[in-house]
Design a protein around this ligand. Structure first.
Ligand SMILES: *Cc1c(COP(=O)(O)O)cnc(C)c1O
Length: 424
């Protein structure tokens, strides 16, 4: 383990909570070099919705490489890209009546967000983008400017401009009407808010603590965008690709965003891959105006295509996510209810679930305890007060049960320790 501490930058983070060295992984399990097997309810922060090394995806990738098919093409045409675009159009867009042009913005989620932000500014000629409290959109400067977390923003080292943060759903007291603040500013020429180019929002805030926007709130936001001539960006990087059930997390809310970003589970195997989708009239780019070396990573086209073919040709996969989500929600609610003394509450949509603790330290302790007992989970939220559950969507019921049993025991242990401290 020494080489990591000696050679790798202090910026490393997840490894600090999981002090071991991982070697192999399959499905919902990941193994370390000591031969220990962990259940993975972290799933690469939502990059492994179909589990580790899914056999169908892996076979497609190995077959592609074995035949010396091209790996890197910048954005030159390749047969792998053609097959991906055809499949994405036929399996994802057409059945949902979504008319989007597809931009390959570079391989990471932040590349997709930066492309979206540039595009709305170019299209409207305006600068300000409205974002929401506790939103997370990536660590590059443009994306950080629309991200809430003060620690992450602090790393920028320069002013983060041209963004205006507004209350997310349920941020206020639960009594204040939705969009009271944003609407007031938009309608008051003395408010000091420049006419925004766009809003950017997550339907469920992954890094921000599994905060869920209601369908009505999302529709209200879309209405407000139309009333005030703002473009509507949904950042579906973490909640897309089935995390909440349907392929896009916004499908059931009845909204039709102008721009959508996708990444994380898009390649299906954890390979870097991102897309920025835009309604066709917004496609005002000049050739090469937004560029990047890794926009033609064919192995990701291949595994992404295989994932769409395997999971998204019909509604069965979504139905399975719905079923597992209902089960997991019930289990976590039960665990929370059995530890009222800790002030635990649950939240989430689909298989993005959270367990919030009154004392933020308890969330971290639960994750540490779980790790010690063979389960990977991370915390999220501004104070790291939420234990975040992002199991692979392909997790078997047996693995779910094993993982949840570890959670139950971890919460009980933390409750016992807290009680002992309280009475000491
Ligand atoms: C992870 C994430 C990003 C950033 O993706 P990177 O690949 O880390 O740059 C942006 N938006 C959301 C909602 C994310 O979850």
């Amino acid at each position: 383990m020494q080489v990591f501490e000696q050679v790798e930058s202090e910026v490393r983070s997840y490894c600090r909570n999981w002090p071991t060295v991982f070697t192999t992984a399959k499905g919902s399990r990941i193994d370390d070099e000591r031969g220990r097997s962990y259940i993975d309810f972290f799933a690469g922060a939502g990059s492994l919705n179909y589990g580790h090394n899914h056999p169908v995806l892996k076979e497609a990738l190995l077959g592609y490489l074995a035949e010396d098919n091209v790996v890197h093409t910048l954005d030159a045409y390749s047969s792998a890209k053609r097959t991906f675009l055809e499949t994405f159009r036929d399996v994802v867009l057409a059945p949902r009546n979504l008319d989007y042009k597809v931009q390959f913005p570079g391989p990471a989620g932040n590349n997709a967000v930066e492309a979206a932000l540039k595009l709305v500014r170019k299209y409207t000629g305006r600068e300000t983008v409205v974002s929401f409290t506790n939103g997370f959109h990536g660590m590059t400067l443009g994306a950080l400017a629309v991200t809430g977390n003060s620690m992450k923003r602090g790393g920028a080292g320069v002013p983060l401009n041209n963004a205006a943060t507004m209350p997310y759903d349920n941020y206020m007291d639960g009594q204040t009407p939705d969009f009271l603040w944003l609407r007031s500013l938009l309608e008051d020429s003395g408010s000091g808010l420049d006419q925004p180019a766009a809003v950017i929002v997550e339907t469920v805030q992954g890094e921000g603590g599994i905060n869920v926007a209601s369908d009505a709130w999302l529709r209200g936001l879309q209405d407000l965008c139309r009333e005030h001539d703002m473009l509507f960006i949904v950042d579906d990087i973490q909640m897309g690709c089935g995390r909440t059930g349907p392929f896009f997390s916004f499908e059931r809310s009845g909204i039709y965003p102008d721009i959508v970003t996708l990444s994380k589970s898009l390649s299906g195997m954890g390979l870097p891959f991102a897309l920025t989708l835009m309604k066709p009239h917004l496609d005002v780019w000049e050739p090469g105006e937004h560029n990047g070396t890794f926009r033609g990573f064919a192995p990701a086209f291949v595994t992404a295509t295989a994932a769409l073919e395997t999971f998204w040709r019909d509604d069965e996969f979504t139905a399975g996510v719905d079923r597992d989500a209902a089960w997991l929600d019930a289990e976590l609610t039960d665990i929370a209810a059995s530890h009222a003394e800790l002030g635990v509450s649950t939240r989430g949509r689909g298989l993005a679930r959270g367990m919030a603790f009154e004392d933020p330290a308890h969330a971290g302790q639960v994750c540490q305890e779980a790790f010690a007992n063979g389960l990977l989970m991370e915390t999220s939220g501004a104070e790291d007060e939420v234990v975040k559950f992002l199991p692979p969507l392909t997790t078997s019921r047996a693995d779910f049960e094993e993982g949840v049993a570890i959670v139950r025991e971890a919460v009980a242990t933390v409750a016992k320790e807290a009680a002992a401290k309280g009475s000491a």
